[in-house]
Structure formats: structure tokens, C-alpha cells
Design a protein around this ligand. Structure first.
Ligand code: KMT
Ligand code: NI
Length: 180
């Protein structure tokens, strides 16, 4: 089940939960209002035939998809990739992930530059808007399997912060100010 919370400031192991004391959870509605991050619940046992994912793909024009596994055994250049996933960055396009197995954390910045941690596991699909500063880490189980989607030819390039002059960043900040 997806959960989202504001992070503490501790610089200890990125794979830990990093709750504030006391914990400060957000609802998915709050998460959307504060960041524009969208969430969909899918059924990992039936998604190939139940039509829910197909409908989403059609509506949103997701023309590309692949699968990735993040684990020491399966991800080439594991240490390097894990480091770059966790370096704060943005993309010119949405980051769309549907978790098939395992778990991990997507961290996104809210409008006040606070980190919000989104814990994802099997059945969770999230859409991280273009232009938002974010990062990803595995949790202590060190394993996640996810589908990636893209509109058109995929571009996975991260632009590390600061990237405030980029058009997609300006557009995102504009939406943040006007409200999602
Ligand atoms: C990314 O771009 O950060 C990733 O693809 C991380 C793994 S997907 C769950
Ligand atoms: Ni990213």
C-alpha cells in the first residue's frame, strides 16, 4: 500500500524510513495538491487482462514500456545507478512507474522545498511530473521490479539540481503557484 510522509533531516542511511518525530503523513489528495504527483492503484495479478492499465495507457498516450529490476544482481553498474537515482534531479518528461514486485521510495520536493517520501510497492503506479525535483532509493529490502512508461521515444536523462532555468522547471513552478 502506498504511503507518503514528510521526511526528517537525518543524513543517515537513505534506505531507512526517515519519518519525522512525530510522523507527518500525507493523503494522496494532499500529495497531488502539493506536488502534482498522481497515483493509480492497479492489480498486479490481473493488470494484463482487466483493462485498467490499457485504458490509462490509451488515455495518456503511453506508447513505450519496458521493465526494470533494481537489485545488486540484476542492475548493471548497480552502485553507480543507485547513486544517480538518489541525486536530486528533474526530467523534461513525466517519470511513470508501475511497481510489479518489491518496494522502494520516491522522494519529491513540495513547494516549500521539503522532502516528501512516497513508499511504493506492488500494485502502485505513480506519475512524477516533469520539472519536479525528485530522487529514488531502494528500501532495506534492496529489491524492486517496475514497469516504465513513456510518451514517444524514451528519454531517461536526469538534470541534477540546480536546473531552475530549464523550461520544464519554469512550467512546473508555474503550475505549482496556480494549483494543480
Ligand atoms: C528512476 O528513474 O529513478 C528509476 O527508474 C528507479 C527505479 S524504478 C522503481
Ligand atoms: Ni528521475
Amino acid at each position: 500500500m502506498v504511503q507518503a510522509w514528510y521526511m526528517d533531516e537525518e543524513k543517515t542511511d537513505q534506505r531507512l524510513e526517515h519519518h519525522r518525530n512525530p510522523p507527518e503523513y500525507l493523503t494522496l489528495e494532499d500529495l497531488f495538491k502539493k506536488t502534482g504527483v498522481e497515483y493509480f492503484k492497479l492489480n498486479v495479478d490481473t493488470y494484463t487482462t482487466d483493462g485498467v492499465l490499457d485504458k490509462l495507457k490509451k488515455e495518456r498516450g503511453y506508447s513505450y514500456e519496458d521493465e526494470m529490476v533494481c537489485s545488486k544482481e540484476c542492475l548493471p553498474n548497480y552502485e553507480e545507478k543507485i547513486k544517480s537515482f538518489f541525486t536530486e534531479h528533474l526530467h523534461t518528461d513525466e517519470e511513470i512507474r508501475f511497481i510489479l514486485d518489491g518496494s522502494g521510495y520516491f522522494d519529491v520536493r513540495d513547494g516549500s522545498d521539503q522532502w516528501i517520501r512516497i513508499a511504493v510497492s506492488a500494485g502502485d503506479m505513480i506519475v512524477i511530473p516533469s520539472g519536479i525535483y525528485h530522487r529514488f532509493t531502494l528500501d532495506t529490502k534492496n529489491y524492486i521490479k517496475a514497469k516504465r512508461f513513456f510518451i514517444g521515444e524514451p528519454v531517461w536523462l536526469p538534470y541534477n539540481r540546480p536546473a531552475d532555468d530549464m523550461e520544464c522547471r519554469k512550467e512546473y513552478v508555474d503550475k505549482l503557484e496556480k494549483g494543480f
